[in-house]
Design a protein around this ligand. Structure first.
Ligand code: ZN
Length: 169
């Protein structure tokens, strides 16, 4: 388990095309695990290899339905449309409105290079589109409709903070 250093918008590595994984290796399995660790540590729902400086077609997603590792993912079906705010760990503190399909079907390989097919709706569909764009060197900021704006997050630590504060009084 390791937390990797994130790359941020402006870093040219984020605009490069990633290479396909031809053969799974212990190093790439470690990368996939590190992507998950780094994503959870940053409270993200997805992370792609170029965001930690590795130009390989590997991305991870967990929108609350358990972790998925996608190797060489390919979107094979899309349906409908959703418009909503999106953010990215490589563009910290910001959000912007992006149009994505409502439903996406993806074919990919897992961490053991076993092929699988998964269908996602809503946030999961959005996350797949967003993460797989990274593998082609694209950031969501290219697709934002209207202005990029500061992200407003509900702070999960705020209540704890208030409790601590009251205890001190
Ligand atoms: Zn991103």
């Amino acid at each position: 388990m390791a937390i990797r250093k994130l790359r941020f918008e402006g870093d040219p590595i984020l605009n490069k095309n990633c290479r396909e994984v031809k053969e799974m290796t212990p190093r790439l399995q470690e990368l996939a695990q590190d992507l998950l660790d780094t994503m959870y540590e940053q409270n993200g729902v997805g992370l792609a290899a170029p965001q930690v400086g590795i130009l390989r077609r590997i991305a991870v997603i967990d929108v609350g339905e358990g972790p998925y590792v996608f190797v060489n993912p390919r979107i094979v079906e899309t349906e409908g449309e959703q418009v909503g705010d999106e953010g990215c760990l490589s563009v910290p503190g910001m959000a912007g409105c992006v149009r994505r399909p409502m439903r996406v079907v993806t074919e990919a390989f897992d961490i053991n290079m076993e092929p699988f097919r998964v269908e996602g709706e809503g946030l999961f569909a959005r996350a797949m589109c967003h993460e797989f764009d990274h593998l082609d060197g694209h950031l969501y900021t290219e697709k934002v409709e209207g202005e990029l704006h500061e992200a407003v997050y509900a702070d999960p630590d705020e209540e704890d903070y208030e409790e601590d504060y009251e205890t001190e009084e």
